[in-house]
Ligand binder design. Sequence first.
Ligand SMILES: Cc1cc2nc3c(=O)[nH]c(=O)nc-3n(C[C@H](O)[C@H](O)[C@H](O)COP(=O)(O)O)c2cc1C
Length: 184
Amino acid sequence: MSATIVVLYHSSHGSVEAMAHEIAESIEQQGASALLRTFVAKNAHDIVITKDDLINCDGLAFGTPTRFGMMASQAKSFWETTSDLWLKGQLIDKPACVFSSSSSMHGGNEATLLNLSLPLLHHGMMLLGVPYDVPELLATQTGGTPYGATHVAGSANSAQLSKDEIKICQSVGKRLTHIARKLK
Ligand SMILES: Cc1cc2nc3c(=O)[nH]c(=O)nc-3n(C[C@H](O)[C@H](O)[C@H](O)COP(=O)(O)O)c2cc1C
């Protein structure tokens, strides 16, 4: 069955973008369509999110960098324009997951995942975490949480996604697609 999943992200230095691409690739590997969308057009290849993208999608993966333990302002500004969707209940029961990158291991990435979840919950979306049958979740020495995929980029923002972080991103895309199809 076809399914369309929006992978919506903000990334200043490329870490969240790399995660978004891993998630999108795993969605496509399931035979579904992944629509990569951003909040602002920063690069030539960026496609800015529209409300119709959200209304028409079967699922949403949403990620930003950790900014003082919260989502990036670009994302918050966008969600503050979505009261019309909220009033009409247009995102209710759509499955969703969240992901983030931070400089430091304990620098607030879990708090950011919870913060990213809040507008989605207000919209009535169904939040999916990462279950512990994903073996990398117990093994990881870098990112990865039960609340969503994370990446620890280091103080110079130079760390590549670790093998465990990639596997967790892939598991998120796979599960989101699986649940989106079940709910369709
Ligand atoms: C304003 C600002 C606030 C930040 N706050 C945090 C923070 O609370 N904890 C942390 O570990 N990193 C923090 N960072 C670092 C970013 O989360 C980190 O560099 C992230 O990997 C960037 O993702 P990107 O490459 O997708 O832009 C902050 C960066 C900026 C610019």
